[in-house]
Write a protein that binds this ligand. Structure first.
Ligand code: NAP
Length: 343
C-alpha cells in the first residue's frame, strides 16, 4: 500500500481524460486502487445496481445474446475506469463494504467493514471489476468482485437492517423520485406517471396518491400494468406506448384530459412529447428518466406552443434515502409487490 496523497473533495484528482475535470463529465477515470488519497473511501464492491435505461440499452445492443450485458459492462469499465454507459450517459449505484477510510473523511461516520450503498452515480465513481459473478436482468443488478471509490462530496447510505439487501439497493437507486413528487404535487392535482409499473413509477404513483392527487398511470409492459392496477393507487392504468404522444392524449381524453403534473419514469428514449402533450398549459413535467433528451423536450414543447415547466430529475434530494425507504416500509400491497419483485 502506498503512502496517502492529498485528494480533491470532488474527486478531480482521479480524472485522466481530460486531466483535472470533474469525474462525471470526464471520459476516463483512474481506477488504480492501490493509490490512497485523503478524500476517498475505498469500498469492496459486491453488487452493481445498473441504471434501468443503461441496462436496457446494453441488452438491446447485444441483441439479447447470452453474456452480452456482462461483456458490455467489462468493456466500459476497462475503457473508462467507471460504469458510465457511453450511449445513455447514465450509471447506477453500488453496494459494498468499506475497506479503507481516508484521513480527511474520517468524520463521515463510517468505518472499515460497514455495509454502504453509494448514492452518487456510477458514472462518476472510479470502479475496478475483477469478476462478474451473476447478472440479474429482472432487477438490473450485477453481483461482482471489485473495488470502487467514494469521494468526500459523494452521498451514500448505510444499508437498512429491516429489509432485504437487494430490495434496499433497488429502492435507493431511485431514491430521488418520490421526494420530488412530494414537493410538486398538491391535493386535488391530476398526475400522470409514464412507466408507472416500474420501480420509480410505482413509488411516484404511491407518493402522488399520498399527496391527495388523482393518479393516471401509463405502462407498456402488460404484467406490470396488471400489478399496478392491483395496488389501487391509480384511477386508471393505461396500457400503452409512452413514445406515442397521440395515443396517450387520446387515452387520457377518456379520463378527464390533460393533467397538472406529469412524471416520466420510462427506461426508453422518445417519451418526452407524450408527457408534454398530456400536461395542461402552465402545468409541469418532471423528467426522472435518464433516457430524456433535453432538445427533444425543450424544442418539442416550444413547437406545439406548450407553456409547461420542464424539470430535469435530480437524483439527489435532501433526506431522499430515508423518505423512499419509509414509503416502501408502509404496510400494504405496494410493500408486498416491492418485496415480491425486488427482494
Ligand atoms: P424500470 O423499473 O425499468 O421502470 C421503467 C418502466 O417503464 C418499466 O415498467 C418499463 O417496462 C416501462 N416502459 C418501457 N418502455 C415504455 C414505453 N414505451 N411506454 C410505457 N412504459 C414503458 O426503471 P427505473 O429503475 O424505475 O428507472 C426509470 C428511469 O429513471 C430510467 O430512465 C432510469 O434511467 C431513470 N433514473 C433516473 C435517476 C435520476 O437520478 N434522475 C436515478 C435512477 C434512475 P419494461 O418492463 O417493458 O421495460
Amino acid at each position: 500500500m502506498t503512502e496517502e496523497r492529498t485528494g480533491d473533495p470532488l474527486g478531480t484528482h482521479r480524472s485522466l481524460e481530460p486531466r483535472g475535470a470533474l469525474p462525471q463529465p470526464a471520459w476516463r477515470l483512474d481506477n488504480e486502487m492501490s493509490e490512497c488519497f485523503t478524500t476517498e473511501i475505498l469500498v469492496d464492491v459486491r453488487v452493481l445496481n445498473v441504471d434501468a435505461a443503461s441496462f436496457r440499452q446494453m441488452e438491446e445492443a447485444s441483441g439479447g445474446e447470452p453474456g452480452g450485458v456482462e461483456r458490455a459492462i467489462l468493456a466500459t469499465v476497462r475503457e473508462r475506469g467507471k460504469q458510465h454507459n457511453p450511449v445513455t450517459g447514465s450509471g447506477g449505484m453500488l453496494l459494498g463494504r468499506v475497506a479503507r477510510v481516508g484521513s480527511a473523511v474520517r468524520d463521515r461516520g463510517v468505518k472499515e467493514g460497514d455495509a454502504v450503498a453509494t448514492l452518487a452515480s456510477l458514472s462518476l465513481t472510479p470502479l475496478r471489476i475483477d469478476r462478474i459473478l451473476e447478472v440479474r436482468p429482472a432487477s438490473a443488478q450485477v453481483a461482482v468482485e471489485g473495488q470502487a471509490i467514494l469521494f468526500q462530496s459523494a452521498p451514500f447510505a448505510r444499508m437498512p437492517d429491516d429489509m432485504p439487501e437487494r430490495l434496499a439497493l433497488a429502492l435507493l437507486d431511485v431514491a430521488g423520485a418520490a421526494p420530488q413528487v412530494a414537493r410538486r404535487v398538491r391535493p386535488g392535482d391530476r398526475v400522470l406517471v409514464l412507466g408507472a409499473g416500474g420501480k420509480s413509477g410505482l413509488l411516484c404513483c404511491a407518493e402522488a396518491r399520498r399527496c391527495g392527487a388523482t393518479v393516471l398511470g401509463v405502462e407498456s409492459h402488460g404484467p406490470y400494468a396488471q400489478e399496478l392496477r392491483g395496488l389501487g393507487l391509480c384511477e386508471a392504468v393505461i396500457e400503452a406506448d409512452a413514445r406515442d404522444p397521440l395515443a396517450i392524449r387520446d387515452a387520457l381524453a377518456a379520463h378527464g384530459g390533460e393533467v397538472d403534473v406529469a412524471f416520466s419514469c420510462v427506461n426508453v428514449d422518445g417519451a418526452e412529447m407524450a408527457a408534454i402533450v398530456a400536461t395542461r398549459q402552465r402545468g409541469s413535467v418532471y423528467f426522472f428518466a435518464m433516457s430524456t433528451s433535453f432538445p427533444r423536450a425543450a424544442l418539442g414543447a416550444e413547437g406545439i406552443g406548450k407553456d409547461v415547466e420542464l424539470f430535469i430529475g435530480n437524483g439527489f434530494a435532501e433526506g431522499h434515502a430515508e423518505h423512499t425507504l419509509n414509503l416502501a416500509r408502509e404496510p400494504g400491497p405496494l410493500r408486498e409487490l416491492l418485496h415480491r419483485r425486488y427482494a
